[in-house]
Each structure stands twice: as C-alpha cells, then as structure tokens.
Ligand binder design. Structure first.
Ligand code: 5GP
Ligand code: ZN
Length: 113
C-alpha cells in the first residue's frame, strides 16, 4: 500500500516527531496553518475516523489521548486549541490515513469556511 503517513510511521518519510506512544505518533504539519500545527496518527493504517471507530475504538481513544497530551506539551491548553479530524472529500481529507490536527497559538473562527 502506498500511504504517506504509513511512510512516516515506518520512518521512511522524514518528519519532525514531537510525541510518541506504542500505538501513536505525532509530528509537525509540513504546511502549518497555525503556530502550533501537529498531526497525530495511529501507527496502524486506518482510512478515517469512521473505520477506526468501527475496527479499533480503543485506538481512537489512544489517538485523542495523544492529541490532548500534545496540546499540553505545546503549551496551548490555557489559551485554547482546536482538534480537527477531516473526513472524506467534503471534510477536506487529503491523506487517507486517519489523523487528528492539533491547532493552537492563535484564535480560530467558527464556523470554519
Ligand atoms: P488533511 O487535509 O488530510 O486533513 O490533512 C493532511 C495534512 O497533511 C495537511 O495539513 C498537509 O499539510 C499535511 N501533509 C501533507 N504531506 C505531508 C508530509 O509529507 N509531511 C507532513 N509532516 N505533513 C504533510
Ligand atoms: Zn497509512
């Protein structure tokens, strides 16, 4: 399978890793949309949040635990931050390996564009 984030998890695609657990990996987005922009992925391949929840809900819990740990590590908890899980074409998902965006360091508007 040709998957960019499986490549990151395998260490074959270089990335700036900021947090690791046995089942998750977090690294800086290559095109950051905010001062803090980290992507958190499961090491195992799952296409999106729906298939992850269906196939391994405990891993979804690990993913969000890692995302909140990254927010704390990045020092954005007090000011606030945003977790985003783009899903499918209308959701703006461009990499089909589920990932949580951890965005912080500036205010965000709601609703998104
Ligand atoms: P999506 O649009 O699927 O929710 O988010 C994919 C994210 O992956 C985008 O924010 C994009 O900037 C980021 N991205 C794409 N290619 C790479 C890469 O090779 N390395 C890293 N670190 N991020 C990437
Ligand atoms: Zn993958």
């Amino acid at each position: 399978m040709d998957c960019l984030f499986c490549g990151v998890a395998a260490g074959e695609v270089p990335a700036t890793v900021v947090h690791e657990t046995d089942r998750t990996l977090a690294f800086r987005d290559i095109a950051p949309k905010a001062p803090t922009h980290v992507l958190v992925i499961p090491r195992d391949h799952h296409r999106d949040i729906g298939t992850l929840m269906a196939d391994d809900p405990a891993l979804a819990e690990d993913l969000f635990a890692a995302a909140t740990a990254v927010a704390a590590q990045e020092g954005v908890v007090e000011a606030g931050y945003r977790l985003v899980v783009n899903t499918g074409p209308d959701g703006g998902q461009t990499v089909d390996h589920v990932h949580v965006h951890v965005l912080g360091g500036r205010p965000f508007t709601w609703p998104p564009g």
